[in-house]
Design a protein around this ligand. Structure first.
Ligand SMILES: Cc1ncc(COP(=O)(O)O)c(C=O)c1O
Length: 393
């Protein structure tokens, strides 16, 4: 009935595949590797309860009042200090805007920079939430191959030359959906290729803090070397996703543009949540908390990798994540992952078929598995069921 009223924008935007899958998995006795949910035991619930009381006592009505678009100053100051310390970033609070999750940051960036038909370079495969967000603004996506060590440099050069993208969107750390991370060398090569391009580079980094090994820290691409770099961060995976708080770090001019777009979207992000997270961050040891999450996810990732090694047929390939929340599985060529999905649901295990992560999905034989939201025993049982489904298909 409403089709005739719909904008062209919404008509061409696919609804999120994952949300659809989550509906299936919620109703049954299913082991789900489908969502990207953090493990709820990683939420600092007791500390947040203390913070809730403290902000109510300290700030009174302010925590319930309208606020500024750019976000709470103490929260932006915390972010600025952390990025100065951890990434040697040359920034102040004027380079930061708080957003309603980094998903909103993607939408706002699309609103500000993407016109109908503008070329946007993304990894192949890429984060479906970005594909959906930019699709609304008519982005013309070009995908560049992702190898085990990062972006494929030959393809990158070709893409830049042929398509002259206006915007590039990369997830250099523990990418969603593949779990892959760009090496230091690959990052340097990528910057070498793009540094003279007239192009905005978005580095979306919700998983960078969840690095399992304490070896060498990997720098952002072109950090402090390009005014056209935009960095996205989020509290979803390191504190709580339900507060919907993320942030953009960028040139002041970009922040002002995003502010205008955000005013039109929601005036400002939930101020209660901002006070709460700021208080939590200022009164607790975030690094110690992240260490606990890393330990938990490292064990869960190891359980999944070991179960895949034990049960999967040898022709099935998978990435071995060194951080983040996902592993990416490649089946034998020609195998239909949708058929596998149906069979897996019969066996009460769910995953995300690779389709929504590609711009032009064809003969898709890949799938994404999330390991953060089940304990090791459940992971083993789920992988066993999935292996049986693979063998039957
Ligand atoms: C790569 C990437 N970007 C952005 C987001 C959105 O995160 P947020 O909860 O901060 O909106 C996600 C969520 O899973 C993600 O994987």
């Amino acid at each position: 009935m409403f089709e005739k009223f719909c904008s062209e924008r919404i008509k061409k935007t696919p609804s999120s595949f994952i949300r659809e899958i989550l509906k299936v998995t919620q109703n049954h006795d299913i082991i789900s590797f489908a969502g990207g949910l953090p493990n709820p035991i990683s939420f600092p619930q007791e500390e947040l309860k203390v913070s809730m009381n403290r902000i109510a006592d300290t700030f009174g009505a302010k925590i319930y009042q309208y606020s500024t678009t750019e976000g709470l100053e103490s929260l932006r100051q915390f972010i600025a200090d952390r990025y100065k310390k951890n990434h040697n970033m040359d920034i102040s609070i004027d380079n930061i805007i708080i957003t309603t999750g980094s998903q909103q940051a993607l939408d706002l960036i699309g609103k500000v920079f993407v016109n109908e038909g503008d070329k946007v370079m993304v990894e192949n495969p890429s984060y479906l939430g970005l594909l959906q967000a930019f699709c609304v603004y008519g982005a013309d996506f070009v995908q560049t191959k992702l190898d085990d060590d990062g972006l494929n440099i030959e393809e990158l050069k070709k893409t830049l030359k042929e398509h002259k993208p206006k915007v590039a969107y990369l997830i250099p750390n523990f990418q969603n959906p593949t779990g892959l991370t760009y090496t230091k060398e690959n990052r340097a090569k990528v910057f070498e290729c793009i540094k003279d391009e007239d192009m905005i580079l978005i580095q979306d980094d919700p998983y960078g803090e969840l690095k399992f090994e304490d070896d060498e820290k990997l720098p952002y691409i072109g950090v402090n070397q390009s005014k056209k770099n935009i960095y996205l961060g989020s509290f979803s995976k390191i504190v709580t996703p339900g507060m919907r708080l993320g942030y953009v770090i960028a040139d002041k001019e970009v922040i002002r543009l995003l502010e205008t777009a955000k005013q039109a979207a929601d005036l400002h992000s939930n101020i209660f949540g901002q006070y709460l997270i700021a208080d939590y961050l200022l009164n607790n040891d975030l690094d110690a908390h992240i260490e606990k999450i890393k330990k938990l996810y490292k064990e869960q990732a190891a359980a999944m990798v070991s179960a895949m090694k034990e049960f999967f047929p040898p022709e099935v390939k998978f990435t071995q994540p060194k951080g983040g929340m996902f592993t990416w599985v490649t089946l034998r060529e020609g195998m239909d992952v949708i058929k596998l999905f149906d069979k897996a649901i019969e066996k009460k295990v769910a995953f995300v078929p690779g389709h929504p992560f590609y711009v032009n999905p064809k003969n898709v034989n890949t799938l994404r598995l999330n390991y953060t939201n089940a304990d090791s025993e459940t992971i083993k049982e789920g992988i066993k069921r999935l292996s049986e489904a693979i063998k039957e298909i």
